[in-house]
Ligand binder design. Structure first.
Ligand SMILES: Nc1ncnc2c1ncn2[C@@H]1O[C@H](COP(=O)(O)OP(=O)(O)OP(=O)(O)O)[C@@H](O)[C@H]1O
Ligand SMILES: [Mg+2]
Length: 277
């Protein structure tokens, strides 16, 4: 049973926070969770997950951005299909990566695609290409779940990063822009052949705001998997680089919804997987 979930949404809506919360909950249920940081501007996800340092970016494993750009040029001019991509193997497991490219702890692993380090580095397309190829070639074991922290916005759809994703989730914060983007995510996910699992309402700071957002989602026929309220503890943790913790029952509820939402039924978790008693 393999699962690949991507978390999308507007910049600052709470994608990384929600990736960390989903990861914690899936790990509690004894899934081995592989988190892929596909956002070239995220700097703090490893802290949110409780890791002391980030892994080396995959971009270094494949010879850097320039090398990926060369491969992209070669691929576009190759007519015989001999160019198989920037990652040498046709498929691999996370355990096949050199140790410095993965940080692991308590059934959670983090892999990061690449970061922009300098101004005028040029566009982030090589990171998109590498994300797409890595996700496509990554093989999961039966007890593994993949959770991808996507870059803000929808450009990743244009780069085909979703082609190997089973379930796309859109985080919606209390803003019209965020709602409109979630609609677009739903549309693009279905065009990419990925299942749109639903939205997660985040940062609603009052019952009124939460119910307005829920009504807006219904009007737009966007399914809601659940809601994470505005929480000072979450904000403080990300401000100080602490591991994200949240004790409400909203996250287990979202994970239940998320796992049951998949049309293939493959997402349904066994209650024996749940060790909270
Ligand atoms: N439910 C919440 N309650 C309070 N603060 C939150 C909540 N969710 C996220 N935040 C805060 O909002 C800010 C943005 O969150 P986060 O970094 O997770 O968003 P993001 O979508 O990943 O951003 P980016 O697009 O920059 O990657 C952080 O300061 C975070 O602590
Ligand atoms: Mg982020």
């Amino acid at each position: 049973m393999n699962q690949r979930i991507s978390v999308c949404g507007k910049g600052g809506s709470g994608k990384s926070t929600i990736v960390a919360l989903l990861t914690e909950e899936l790990a509690i249920r004894h899934w081995r969770v592989i988190v892929v940081d596909s956002d070239e501007s995220n700097a703090c996800l490893h802290w949110m997950l409780g890791f002391e340092h980030a892994p080396r970016p995959l971009l270094e494993l494949v010879g850097g951005k320039r090398n990926v750009q060369q491969q992209m040029r070669r691929r576009s001019s190759s007519t015989d299909g001999s160019n198989t991509g920037v990652l040498s193997k046709p498929e691999f497991a996370v355990g096949d990566l050199p140790a410095e490219y993965v940080v692991e702890n308590n059934g959670r692993a983090l892999v990061t695609v690449g970061k922009i380090h300098q101004s005028l580095e040029g566009c982030a397309c090589p990171m998109g290409v590498l994300s797409r190829e890595f996700l496509k070639k990554l093989k999961l074991a039966d007890d593994e779940m993949l959770v991808v922290d996507m870059e803000a916005g929808i450009e990743h759809f244009g780069r085909g990063v979703e082609t190997s994703i089973d379930a796309v989730v859109a985080v919606v914060e209390p803003s019209l822009e965020s709602l409109v983007l979630a609609e677009k995510v739903q549309q693009l996910a279905s065009q990419a052949g990925a299942h749109f699992a639903g939205t997660i309402i985040n940062k609603a700071h009052s019952a009124d705001v939460a119910s307005t957002l829920s009504a807006e989602l219904r009007t737009r026929q966007l399914p809601a998997l659940g809601m994470i309220p505005y929480d000072e503890g979450l904000l403080a943790a990300s401000l100080t680089g602490q591991r994200i913790r949240f004790t409400g029952d909203e996250v287990p509820h979202i994970v239940d919804q998320l796992l049951e939402a998949h049309p293939s039924g493959r997402f349904i978790t066994s209650t024996t997987n749940d060790n909270r008693g």
